[in-house]
Design a protein around this ligand. Structure first.
Ligand code: EPZ
Length: 433
């Protein structure tokens, strides 16, 4: 008796993406607001008493989770399309519960502002996630340097400080959310804070510029040394327009490099993408830059490239999974060396199911270009891996079915609608078996 194929056994209904590859992408897609700029700006609402409105906020799972968390902390968050209104209040708990933190590690971003504004913070210690252990030791060390007493109790980080005091902090690693947490703590601390080896990502710059507009005193924005003079109170501008998402933009550019005839990506900031544009050109992709748009033509035979991820302005770790799809079709051998996270190649076995030839040794992927990919059922494992499977489905011959699309929805706003609008045959379905 041959055992029934397990995958054909009826399971709970779940959303999948079904893609029929090989369609050219022609037309214009618009980039949404930046997820990783929205989240720290939302956390910063803890620092104020006055309401403010943020425009161009994407409709994403992570934004919804942060709204939920702010409500628990006593801050009303209402979203109408891409307009987010935040009405601070101090009558909420000062606790970020595990249920929300485990849904979204970026919840750690409330630790700094809560400690600075309310003098106490209880934030569940984020566990690891699929791409790595993701410790937050540098966040904690920095807050201790600013005078907070920190204890770890029952899985919670408990931070206390009557008033934080400026300090000279040298970060072992240019951690993005670590820098953001410490900036949000230091702006209300007494005296001056210096943060050396600060992250310089555009999302960190956006947070610092927003805080400056709230009355914070921050010098060195965009460099790896930030000088902050603490103030007593901050008050937000009534409105703020969020920067575009450079990783979504990069993802759409790779879609164009795979199938654009041509694809025009608008509402982006080319300067935020220099490292990605450089590697697209190395791979032989034809690009035409406008001041807020980039037009990209599919490359019939991409050239191989070697990529090493690094903190900004280096090649972003959030773009290497997407790039691996393009390099899988190059005429030669490529290398991707991941230096930020320890486990960011989980998309590789899924691409191999589609015919890619990729070997991973430690934190390096060795890619041997193949002529074509073929559609297959595949499973997403994390946010950017899910994007790479969508890209592979667009260019593979035949049908692909992508499971666990919840990962995609955390970081991409209606990606399938954007791709459908320029010719992709992609649809979201409920699959019951
Ligand atoms: C931010 O994560 C982004 N998330 C990530 O995007 C992005 O991949 C990452 O920066 C790198 O660019 C948000 O901005 C919300 P890190 P973050 O702290 O801040 C080590 C996505 O896809 N580290 O810069 O968590 C850590 O282990 C997400 O949108 C410590 O050792 O990244 C990792 O190896 C995924 N101790 C490295 O630094 C610490 O205290 C990068 O971490 C903090 C970090």
């Amino acid at each position: 008796m041959v055992a029934k194929n397990v995958s054909s056994l009826p399971g709970p209904p779940e959303e999948v993406l079904i893609i029929y590859g090989g369609q050219p992408l022609r037309g214009t897609v618009r980039v949404s607001g930046a997820k990783n700029a929205a989240l720290p700006l939302m956390a910063a609402s803890i620092l104020f008493d006055k309401p403010f409105v943020v425009h161009n906020v994407p409709d994403l799972g992570d934004v919804k989770t942060m709204m939920e968390l702010l409500r628990v902390l006593g801050i009303r968050a209402e979203k109408n399309n891409t307009i987010l209104t935040l009405v601070p209040g101090n009558n909420g708990a000062a606790e970020a519960p595990y249920e929300l933190v485990k849904k979204m590690r970026a919840s750690i971003l409330v630790l700094g502002p809560l400690t600075a504004r309310r003098g106490t913070a209880v934030v569940a210690l984020p566990g690891g996630c699929s791409i790595g252990t993701r410790p937050v030791d540098l966040h904690i060390k920095g807050l201790q340097a600013l005078g907070a007493t920190i204890s770890l109790e029952k899985g919670n980080i408990i931070a206390r400080a009557r008033r934080l005091k400026g300090a000279h902090i040298v970060l072992d690693f240019a951690t993005v959310t670590g820098t953001e947490n410490l900036v949000m703590a230091a702006v209300l601390a007494e005296g001056e804070t210096v943060i050396e080896n600060a992250a310089r990502e555009p999302e960190v710059v956006e947070l610092c510029e927003f805080l400056r507009a709230c009355g914070a005193i921050i010098e060195g924005i965009g460099t790896d040394i930030l000088h902050i003079k603490g103030v007593n109170t901050l008050s937000p501008p009534s409105e703020w327009h969020l920067m575009p998402d450079r990783i979504e933009a990069g993802t759409l550019l790779v879609a164009g490099a795979l199938a654009g005839e041509p694809l025009r990506v608008e509402g982006l900031v080319p300067e935020h993408l220099s490292a990605v544009l450089d590697k697209l050109r190395t791979a032989g992709v034809e690009l035409e830059l406008g001041d807020k748009t980039i037009t990209v033509w599919r490359s019939s035979q991409p050239r191989p490239a070697s990529i090493k991820t690094a903190p900004y302005p280096g090649f972003p770790t959030d773009m290497q999974a997407q790039f691996a799809v393009l390099l899988s079709l190059a005429d030669g051998e490529s290398i991707i060396h991941e230096t930020i996270f320890e486990n960011r190649f989980q998309y590789v076995p899924e691409l191999v199911r589609m015919g890619a030839q990729i070997d991973v040794e430690g934190t390096t992927a060795f890619i041997k270009g193949v002529k074509r990919l073929t559609g297959a059922p595949v499973t997403a494992t994390d946010l950017r891996a899910s994007a790479s499977l969508v890209l592979a489905g667009l260019v593979a011959e035949g049908e692909s079915v992508i499971y666990e699309v919840g990962h995609l929805d955390r970081g991409y706003e209606k990606l399938e609608n954007k791709l459908q609008s320029v010719g992709a045959r992609i649809e979201r379905k409920i699959k019951s078996e």
